[in-house]
Design a binder for this molecule. Structure first.
Ligand SMILES: Nc1nc2c(ncn2[C@@H]2O[C@H](COP(=O)(O)OP(=O)(O)O)[C@@H](O)[C@H]2O)c(=O)[nH]1
Ligand SMILES: [Mg+2]
Length: 343
């Protein structure tokens, strides 16, 4: 899973990236795009690991991607940022809500909308090109796929009205549109980047409507990321910060993207795997290995809570809470799965 960090210049994207990934700036390398991998905290994995004492414990991971500035100026530069984030699964949109010497007062709502406009325009270009192409094909006797045509026309209608595609869950989820990687269809979390002293969201008048929003104090968090544990504890108390920004941002992004985790356990490895909600068992198997999907027989499933209630896998089996499920079983958050397959 990859989260792309976007936002206006000077909104704090680099600072947010460094806070989240706990990485310091590699000086002189500022034009390049950067990727940071972070581990998704999950207390259930800690518990399973304590129970199985495996050789390896593997948490889910998330990648943060900070687009590079590109080599060209002007329009081409902007274009390249959007091209760079096309294959991200979701967007983290950083909006300036801090003041600084020589800066204008923050205008968070207007700033957020300006970026949204760019996403919308970028998608509109893609949709219009594709519709032209389909019309041309049709004149040459090639029939378009009706579902695709209908959906593309709906996209165009929405984008023409400056409505981002993420407002339409069926469009955002449509398999047939996936290849277009529409930017405004991606789940987006707005991070208001506040002054150190301010822990609040902008008041309603300055909030964009219908968006997932949270506050980050990126500069503070960045400083925090570079402290020793002792220093950090003191600092957290002083600024009234509870969970680290990373934890909060990851959690919100997970919710936003409709993601969840299932687990595999054993003496060798305890591991969390990330899947979308409503994933079939056979597709969850594929996340581990395509062979498991191909040779899928059954999924042996035990809910995490049932394992905790029973105390051990063997006890859970005696109680009858270990189930055998078929290919189309919808995996639930916290399922512990043992796939039976042959290759
Ligand atoms: N006061 C304050 N300054 C910040 C904050 N986040 C970033 N800055 C400053 O704003 C400037 C731009 O930040 P930067 O991360 O480079 O923005 P980018 O252009 O979006 O990558 C830098 O001087 C940062 O130190 C913040 O939360 N509070
Ligand atoms: Mg930057």
């Amino acid at each position: 899973m990859r989260l792309g960090i976007i936002g206006l210049p000077q909104s704090g994207k680099t600072t947010v990236f460094e806070a989240l990934t706990q990485s310091a700036a590699a000086d002189g390398n500022r034009q390049e795009s950067r990727i940071g991998t972070i581990t998704v905290p999950d207390a259930r994995v800690d518990t399973l690991s304590a129970m199985y004492k495996p050789r390896k414990t593997i948490f889910a991971q998330v990648e943060y991607f900070l687009p590079g500035k590109g080599e060209h100026g002007g329009a081409k530069k902007d274009q390249s940022i959007w091209t760079q984030v096309r294959d991200c699964d979701a967007l983290i949109h950083v909006v300036r809500n801090f003041s600084g010497y020589g800066m204008e007062a923050p205008t968070p709502k207007a700033d957020a909308m300006a970026i949204d406009q760019e996403l919308i325009i970028s998608d509109l270009v893609v949709v219009e090109k594709r519709l032209e192409r389909l019309a041309l094909d049709e004149r040459r006797g090639k029939k378009p796929i009706p579902e695709e045509l209908t959906l593309l026309n709906r996209c165009k209608e929405a984008l023409d009205q400056e409505i981002p595609l993420r407002r339409f869950p069926d469009i955002a989820a449509a398999k047939i549109l996936r290849g277009y990687a529409f930017l405004s269809a991606k789940p987006m979390l707005i991070l208001f980047n506040n002054d150190d002293e301010n822990d609040d969201l902008p008041d309603a008048a300055h909030l964009p409507e219908d968006e997932a929003c949270m506050v980050i104090r990126a500069k503070l968090e960045q400083e925090l990321a570079q402290m020793s544990e002792d220093e950090a504890t003191e600092f957290l108390a002083e600024f009234n910060i509870t969970a680290s920004a990373t934890d909060r941002v990851v959690q919100r992004s997970y919710e936003l993207m409709g993601l969840m985790a299932f687990f595999t356990v054993g003496e060798d490895e305890v591991r969390a795997w990330t899947i979308a909600r409503d994933t079939d068992a056979v597709d969850a198997a594929e996340v581990i290995h395509s062979d498991i999907k191909k040779g899928f027989i059954r999924a042996e499933v035990l809910a995490y809570d049932d394992l905790m209630a029973a105390g051990s896998y063997a006890e859970a089996r005696k109680k009858g809470t270990v189930r055998l499920e078929g290919k189309t079983y919808k995996v639930l958050d916290g399922d512990i799965i043992n796939f039976r397959f042959n290759v």
